[in-house]
Design a binder for this molecule. Structure first.
Ligand SMILES: NC(=O)c1ccc[n+]([C@@H]2O[C@H](COP(=O)([O-])OP(=O)(O)OC[C@H]3O[C@@H](n4cnc5c(N)ncnc54)[C@H](O)[C@@H]3O)[C@@H](O)[C@H]2O)c1
Length: 394
């Protein structure tokens, strides 16, 4: 079978961030090549020029394509006969906008990590630039890549749960129970610094994932939001806990809780959806199972790649049921869906930009609006605020 459809070749990937000691860059690099549809060929891997060069062999990036800055990389790649087809942005939040905008304006497709930008104004501007350029732009809300999350979305959109009344999503961690940022732990340092993280801490870092998951599964359109954020570790500059209440257009209520101060909790992403005909429950720490319940009937457990799955889940799984798949495979599913679009763009074919399988620029903007309105509502003691962007996916 040809690789990447009529394009019939692997896509060339560039990576920004992911230098020695970094976290998510390596995940991007691993997930992006899992299905043999792309190869990592270039990178600007660190904000430190020496580290950027020194990190390149860890990824088999040749020395002449190991750049010391993303600007140098954009300039040099544009001039090559075999430039990268897309870049993945895996740097701290305050750098996303400038990096993404530089590559989009140069005509490159982009996979950007979340939260998409530092603030809403940057997100709105990036949206304009992306729409003007016509590039493919994905945002790595990776939990939407789990086969059973795709199954949940298909079941909700097919009406199997009936009208949706309630969404409860939570992302619970415990690693910031102490002031880890006072040590040299780099991931804690920038995440708790308003100059690098943005106006929110925990709510921007992981609350956005929890909100996005509910929106992705249900397609419900939001209307208003009320939120209370808290900082429980004395001296910390940003929130480390919070809950938002979202009222959707159809009258459904959603709660989004995010915590980084819950003892012993690791990456407990939980989503529960209540419909008039059935309810469902999924946990990312046990991602190969999803429970669907109906009053008066035995509970149904769907297993990844097991019986009774629809096309959306079937297309997102690689190995037989019972062999666990998880975080990396779900991340890779974001890439494969994005590649379908990138390959079409590179081959000059039409592709969908709004209601995509992968989270996109519109999800990124919505995430930034979620952060903005959550922080503002919390400042106003939980006052309800409008929460409806002009451009929203279903
Ligand atoms: N999708 C997810 O599940 C997930 C998980 C973790 C982090 N993230 C997001 O990924 C991003 C990175 O997080 P992390 O935990 O990997 O951070 P990190 O601090 O571990 O790594 C950041 C890397 O970016 C590099 N960098 C910084 N500025 C740069 C620049 N201008 N040019 C090139 N490289 C630069 C740093 O040198 C470092 O190598 C954040 O936006 C975070 O919110 C997403």
């Amino acid at each position: 079978m040809p690789t990447n459809g009529s394009l019939n070749r692997k896509l060339r990937m560039g990576l920004i961030g992911g230098g020695q000691g970094a976290f998510i860059g390596r995940v991007h690099a691993t997930a992006a090549v899992m299905d043999n549809r792309a190869a990592l060929v270039a990178g600007a891997l660190s904000s430190d020029a020496a580290k950027a060069k020194a990190s390149a062999p860890d990824y088999d990036i040749p020395a002449d394509r190991a750049y010391t800055s993303f600007k140098e990389m954009a300039e040099a790649e544009k001039k090559r006969p075999d430039p990268v087809d897309f870049v993945s942005v895996a740097t701290p939040n305050h750098t996303h906008f400038e990096i993404a905008k530089t590559f989009v304006e140069a005509g490159f497709n982009v996979v950007c990590d979340k939260p998409m930008t530092f603030d809403l104004a940057q997100a709105e501007e990036l949206l304009k630039v992306v729409e003007k350029s016509g590039v493919v732009f994905a945002v790595s809300h990776n939990y939407t890549g789990h086969p059973l999350v795709r199954q949940a979305r298909e079941m909700v959109l097919n009406g199997e749960l009936g009208e949706i009344n309630a969404i409860r999503s939570r992302y619970i961690q415990g690693w910031l129970r102490t002031r880890l940022e006072s040590s040299d732990q780099k991931q804690a340092k920038w995440r708790t610094d308003p100059k690098q993280s943005g106006i929110a801490g925990c709510f921007g870092d992981i609350g956005t994932h929890a909100y996005n998951l509910g929106r992705y599964i249900t397609g419900l359109l939001p209307k208003e939001i009320s939120c209370v954020l808290a900082t429980f570790e004395p001296g910390r500059a940003l929130d480390d806990y919070g809950t938002a209440l979202v009222r959707f257009e159809n009258g459904a209520l959603g709660t989004v809780t995010a915590s980084q101060i819950s003892h012993g909790r690791e990456n407990d992403v939980i989503i529960e959806v209540d419909g008039t005909k059935a309810s469902l429950e999924w946990h990312q720490e046990n991602p190969n199972q999803m429970i669907v319940r109906k009053n008066g009937e035995p509970h149904r457990i769907y297993t990844r790649a097991g019986a009774g799955l629809g096309a959306a889940a079937g297309g997102a799984t690689r190995i037989p049921a019972g062999h666990p798949e998880g975080y990396l495979e779900a991340f890779a599913n974001i890439y494969t869906a994005t590649y379908d679009a990138i390959a079409k763009r590179v081959a000059g074919e039409k592709f969908e930009t709004m209601n995509t399988v992968y989270p996109n620029i519109y999800d990124g903007v919505e995430g930034m609006l979620f952060i903005t309105q959550s922080v503002e509502s919390s400042k106003q003691n939980g006052h309800w605020l409008p929460f409806r962007h002009a451009k929203l996916r279903k």
